[in-house]
Ligand binder design. Sequence first.
Ligand code: SF4
Length: 778
Amino acid sequence: MSTITPKIEVETTPNLVTKVYEKSQYKISTFRKAMHRPLTICEKILIGHLDGSPDFSPDDALVAGKSYVLLNPDRVALQDVTGQMTILQFMLAGLNRTAVPTTVHCDHLIQARIEGESDTKAAIYENNEVYQFLESASRKYGMGFWKPGAGIIHQVVLENYAFPGGLMIGTDSHTPNAGGLGMLAIGVGGLDAAEVMAGMSWELLYPKRIGVYLTGELNSWASPKDVILFVASKLTVSGGTNAIIEYFGPGAAAISCTGKATITNMGAEIGATCSVFPYDKRMETYLKATGRRSIADLANKHVNLLTQDPQIEKEICENQKNSINYFDQLIEIDLSDLEPYIVGPHTPDLARPISKMGEDIKKNNYLDTISVALIGSCTNSSYEDMSRAADVAEQAREKGIKTKIPLQVTPGSEMIRATIERDGQIQLLKDIGANVLANACGPCIGQWSRPELKQGESNTIVTSYNRNFPGRNDGRRETMNFISSPELVIALALGGRLSFSPLADELTASDGTKFKLRPPKIAPEIPEKGFKDVTDIYVAPADDPVSVEVIINKDSDRLQKLEPFTKWDGTDFEKLPILAKVSGKCTTDHISPAGPWLKYRGHLDKISDNLLLGAVNAYRDGEVGSGKNTLNCKIESFPHIAREYKKRGLKWIIVGDNNYGEGSSREHAAMTPRYLGCAAVIARSFARIHETNLKKQGVLAFTFADPSDYSKILEDDRISIIGLNNLKPRKSVNCILYHVDGREEEISLRHSYNESQLEWFRAGSALNILHSMEQTSL
Ligand code: SF4
């Protein structure tokens, strides 16, 4: 295994950034001429990355929430769980290397049990085959591979790859962390990532814009975390849906680059497409401190591309109503007035200032005693965060006290861990009782072993992480999880109670005297001695990729090489059975449930056994996950029936209700039906992303021309879809229902295929097209 320090790969980045700025400059100036108005940062970055010709006319109006745009991202980042199927799909395209710089990060699979080193070793042993696959595929296809222990995807990206004005996609919902460094960074499904890695453009619903105008400066206990907790309380968990949140104003420059990343990271908690800050001196400082002086120099030369046009702020300052010219919504925050917040349990928008927590505990009967406090994660483990947390720890150490409850620390990266070990913050935290876990996700994603808890035992935890839905941290729905800043979490750990407020309450020193914690000092955002260089955490792409074999054990139940889906045979679909007619809400999680199935994410055959297990059977009074096998008339699980049909070479159909396939863009929800023989899904309506995913996997996606025809389809019917050789955009399709009593009914189906999407169907999948293009060019 060859290992190098990350800086070697990073040196290739200036070329990439130069090209991005050149391309963006041209497209933005063309767009500006067409729009006749100043532009926001997110508009500039999106337009700068538009696929194709930059000729804009007044007819090219981009309607937020309605228009779709094709974009060319600059980078792709994959984590170790979602990255498995992404890479397997990419391999189907038959390319020698990824078309876009891509990195792989081993962070989600490390379980927190004892402490960092031993937990990482255990994970390497337990997940060996997954890591071997990811590493060998990375070396073969030109991807940077970050080993287990190197750090959490978003922290590593911020330290090494994010750059102002760039566009990145990642197979993780907190990819927007890189917005702290002025990048539009967006979480996507694995298929989207695989296609971009294979050279295709990426489609995005043109987002709304929410402006957050910042003035003043944070002080006392308030931190960047409180900015996003406050915004979440205003917008709620869905308030950012299909929107980019753009921070600006004089207060933005008063927040460090890593503090900005904390804020953009948690934009995911309000459903935002992503969040972004304008390029400023704080970003320049961070770029230089992380070995990227050349990127800072380039950014300094292109500030006009990386910041909002100044006219916008000027107009909004003159009259707030002017914001409607640029934003769908505006929020103003005076940072000087911001109090420290604590949010939860179970949702990040249930917020109150720490001073009001005591009242809320009484009112809602929350468990006041805290069981464990945790700081770190990709959200809050910057040098500044850890220094402020250590400042509070030092005050406690001086008074001879320790935390009243266990305190766990999850550093965001090995670079941060090694630096704060060298500079003493870790020792200060350990002196008050902290335990340092692996540089990984662990307790943030349910990978946390808590044998001390009894089954079903309620308990309260406080974290400086980002997500807190039931079961998120330790897989136990009874755990009440509250979120706050790292410094406040340390104070709560010293107090031992959720109702402890460092603003009002006193602690007892070892000599029996009472004392109050003072607010942590303003902390340096970068270390005086620079970040510590770390080695043996990164594996570079191979010099001779041809000699590298991607390692997939044939007997593995976690990984399976994908075979291309078969081409359409050119004939109509005749008299197919209905596997399932679903009633009501059917999200991608109902079609392909997560939970225990997560470990099979890299094994299509195994995970196909979860097909439609959450779907409600429209024929059988609310029965979930099962239906009638028309071959033997028995009631069996949907995946079992699908396998029986597949064994007999029978294709089959799913009938969906309204908004079929809503929810996250989970490619498995389209791949598993395709794998088990689904020919078509006919629904009253589709969630658009799932509809596109079905099309991409080669499953026909139709809607009823008359939605009431949904009720005409009976359990024992056979269905023919005819005239497939004449499929054309905007042309309806005939469908014949053969009822068991001998009646036949003809209904009309609609579709939204364009010409190139029809090619996906004919070829068997979108990736098959890429594959055949690649073969032709050889
Ligand atoms: S630390 Fe938590 S939020 Fe961050 S990438 Fe890991 S699981 Fe996701």
